[in-house]
Design a protein around this ligand. Structure first.
Ligand code: GDP
Length: 365
């Protein structure tokens, strides 16, 4: 190495030589070529892969379902249509509960319980707020530690963008793809705080409400509608000091349910206590769900409900697409802004403003 012209190379610093530095190698690896995105598989490749249970192709198809691009949407619809004849063969279970109720802990142990007898499980989610939280609230893999590494489990967070109706439709379509891929157990998780329960209820066979024992006023703050939808109410965290309180809550829920009219299924919803964390009472919860399925299979309600749901989703999809077509139209967006301005300054009534925009929309058809 060469000594350079440097103050410390002067005579007075005998024994010290300052050499020129080594030039730094480039920080970018020159051998690394830019990773190319794999080309989009064709519709038939995707369908074949899904039917074989190929998780990569299933995931890619789900990504298409979730995509906002019209081109992807068209492809997704083709895939779904081809998978439809192979779908339907599963138990679809909705699981709801307020944040902190223990949904992810419970889904982890319920899931393992279900998979003990073989089969496959897909865990999907509906969380219309996930646009804000980037999908981290629901379906986040790290929340279900055991299931996320189970080879027979497929966990997919909530589709993130769009209205509740849109998010729910995508989850509904994902169910079709998962079933075609051989997933014979589907869990659909949702936060029990809003309207997403109604959407989940319209795509599952059994609706499980996870509750917590509180301070004696358990029934407060639970929307009556959610309780009415539940086929089973389970009180979590029945462990340690909490067991007595959980039993008390169980009694309160049972008597509250008695005041409700009989469900269309003919099934009387049950109330159980369990502990997801300590894995207590899990077989009992599952035994209840098994009994429900036996019951509705025998009385024909299972098929009836699925047909009603199919009809519901036909109209839901029409409503959603009509709304999107209307609101995404730039002319309409401009007219709406102007109309709103007139209404807010009392220059036009709400009805007249609405009429004006709608007339324009329909006359342009
Ligand atoms: P989520 O928000 O509904 O998904 O709830 P989590 O599964 O994340 O649980 C919320 C908190 O409750 C976590 O700290 C869990 O460890 C705790 N937890 C969940 N299940 C139980 C249980 O059965 N017993 C007790 N004691 N704690 C639990």
């Amino acid at each position: 190495m060469q000594a350079i012209d440097h103050p410390e190379n002067s005579e007075q610093y005998i024994g010290l030589t300052v050499n020129s530095g080594v030039s730094q190698p480039p920080s970018v690896n020159p051998y690394m070529t830019r990773r190319k995105r794999k080309p989009m598989p064709t519709v038939s490749e995707m369908v074949e892969g899904i039917l074989k249970g190929d998780v990569t192709l299933l995931s890619r198809a789900v990504t298409l379902v979730e995509s906002l691009s019209p081109e992807h949407q068209a492809l997704a619809q083709e895939v779904i249509e081809k998978c439809l004849p192979y779908s339907g063969n599963s138990r679809r279970i909705g699981i709801t509960g307020v944040p902190g109720a223990g949904k992810s802990t419970s889904i982890d142990v319920f899931g393992l319980h279900v998979l003990r007898n073989g089969g496959k499980l897909a865990v999907l989610a509906i969380d219309p707020s996930s646009e804000r939280t980037k999908g981290s609230i629901l379906g986040d893999k790290t929340r279900m530690e055991k299931l996320s590494v189970h080879p027979s489990a497929f966990i997919r967070p909530s589709p993130s963008a769009g209205s509740l109706g849109g998010v729910a439709r995508k989850t509904r379509e994902t169910i079709v793809l998962c079933e075609a891929a051989g997933y014979n157990n589907i869990f659909v998780e949702t936060v029990g705080v809003g309207q997403s329960e109604t959407a989940v209820h319209s795509m599952v066979d059994f609706f499980l409400l996870i509750q917590l024992a509180g301070t004696g006023d358990e029934l407060q703050g639970i929307k009556r509608g959610i309780m009415e939808m539940a086929d089973g109410i389970v009180i979590n965290k029945a462990d340690g000091d909490n067991i007595d309180r959980a039993r008390l809550a169980q009694a309160q829920f049972r008597s509250a349910l008695m005041l409700f009219p009989k469900a269309a299924s003919g099934w009387s919803p049950e109330v159980l206590t369990y502990s997801g964390y300590f894995e207590l009472g899990i077989p009992e919860v599952w035994d209840m769900i098994d009994r429900y399925f036996d019951f509705v299979m025998a009385n024909g309600y299972f098929e009836q409900k699925r047909s009603e749901q199919a009809r519901y989703w036909m109209y839901e999809t029409i409503n959603e697409q009509l709304r999107a077509n209307f609101y995404n139209n730039p002319d309409i967006a401009r007219m709406l802004a102007e109309g709103e301005e007139r209404v807010l300054t009392n220059r036009q009534t709400s009805f007249a403003a609405a009429r004006q925009v709608l007339d324009h929309y329909f006359s342009a058809r």
